[in-house]
Design a protein around this ligand. Structure first.
Ligand code: SF4
Length: 387
């Protein structure tokens, strides 16, 4: 867990019609889905957002093609984003839905992306042959499996972890990332059995239960730090990798620097030891002010004064900005960039990105808001969702 003061930001939602959009810049990713709707797990983090929660509750299942946005058109929009072209921000396919419902969308996406642009494909179901073959064929793809260690009566999932792992057995281990999530107190033994079924050389991550903003969690409590440490030690003994973040694995596969390197080593000095990507992450040169300003122009931001601190670059701006602005600048420059105006703090908080940011992106050619909103409105009309 990273807790360096000042680095934590509020969670963001696009809000309004944009919350439904099949392509959004959320957290550290370009989040994409060619399908609307999912299984509706009671612990799903998407339940934090009203429109996404309603999609899950009502068991909506629609392909975005029905709303006039084909998998190929969506993939072309993703591939054309400056965040992908210049920033190499990883694409997260299966953010609000699951790979299982949208393999055709994954095929179109991987065909449109150059092989050096990272893409994570997320599922918690046994991946089918086509999905496995896609990951094996594309060096930039990482299959991200979510599996849930069961604690009877406290935390259960419809999917048996063993079946999910067996279905992914032929994925090259370095393109496999298994996230044990959500981890609750009492899950240690079940989690240990899952670790033993993961092929050596694959990467794993552990995410404790997060209940903030989610209505249906029940009596479960998150697995504590000691339990997490014990699982990490067990995974390492089994020959698994435990990178600080899922983003490390996909970048290390491609030799791309991760701008969070400084933050990671400040928090846990040994965390990057032995990572084959260490020289790349640690060797990013300080950019000139002109280089910072050139990337700000991509976002439609006027140049501002740049201050260099031990944690990264701090840039003053006088217009509304979002976390995605910071992520783009950080990825494009390879070092953390902090913009004044991005809400920070340690607690759980969700803020709306807001239309001034989205309008600026549209005008700058950074994000095709108008086309995506039009599709979202058509989808709302099809499903009866109220935007
Ligand atoms: S060097 Fe550290 S930050 Fe970079 S990819 Fe490896 S583990 Fe992640």
């Amino acid at each position: 867990m990273l807790s360096q003061p000042g680095l934590r930001r509020a969670k963001e939602t696009f809000g309004g019609p944009a919350e439904l959009a099949p392509l959004r810049l959320i957290g550290g990713f370009v989040c994409v889905d060619s399908h609307l709707g999912c299984a509706g797990c009671h612990f799903c983090l998407n339940r934090r957002y009203p429109l996404q929660a309603e999609v899950l509750e009502r068991r909506v299942h629609r392909n975005w093609e029905e709303a006039g946005l084909s998998p190929e058109r969506l993939a072309a929009l993703v591939a054309a984003l400056p965040a992908v072209q210049r920033g190499r921000v990883p694409v997260r396919f299966g953010h609000a839905s699951d790979l299982a419902y949208q393999v055709d969308g994954a095929r179109a996406l991987l065909a449109a992306l150059p092989d050096d642009r990272p893409a994570l494909l997320l599922t918690r179901f046994p991946p089918g042959r086509e999905a496995v073959a896609l990951v094996a064929a594309h060096p930039n793809a990482l299959l991200h499996l979510s599996v849930t260690p069961t604690v009877p009566g406290v935390m259960e999932s419809d999917e048996a972890p063993g079946e999910v792992l067996r279905a992914a057995a032929t994925v090259p281990p370095r393109r496999l990332y298994v996230m044990l999530v959500p981890l609750v107190a009492g899950a240690e033994a079940a989690a240990a059995r899952i670790l033993e079924a993961i092929p050596p050389g694959a990467a794993v991550g552990f995410k404790p239960l997060s209940s903030a903003g989610i209505p249906f969690i029940g009596p479960a409590t998150p697995l504590g730090p000691e339990g997490l440490e014990a699982l990490t030690a067990r995974a390492l003994r089994l020959g698994l990798k435990v990178p600080p973040m899922a983003g490390c694995q996909v970048r290390a596969n491609l030799g791309l620097p991760f701008f969070r390197h400084r933050e990671i080593v400040a928090e846990r000095p040994g965390a990057c030891t032995g990572c084959p990507n260490h020289a790349t992450c640690a060797g990013v040169p300080d950019p000139t002010d002109a280089a910072v300003h050139a990337e700000m122009a991509v976002l439609g931001l006027a140049p501002g004064p740049v201050r260099r601190g031990p944690g990264g670059l701090e840039v003053a701006v006088d217009v509304p900005v979002s976390r995605a602005d910071e992520v783009y600048l950080s990825e494009a420059l390879g070092l953390p960039v902090f913009l004044s105006g991005v809400r920070r703090g340690g607690g759980y908080e969700v803020v709306e990105v807001g239309s001034p940011v989205l309008e600026r992106w549209e005008e700058a050619g950074f994000y095709p808001a108008a086309e995506l909103y039009a599709a979202a409105r058509r989808m709302a009309a099809l499903t009866g969702l109220v935007l």
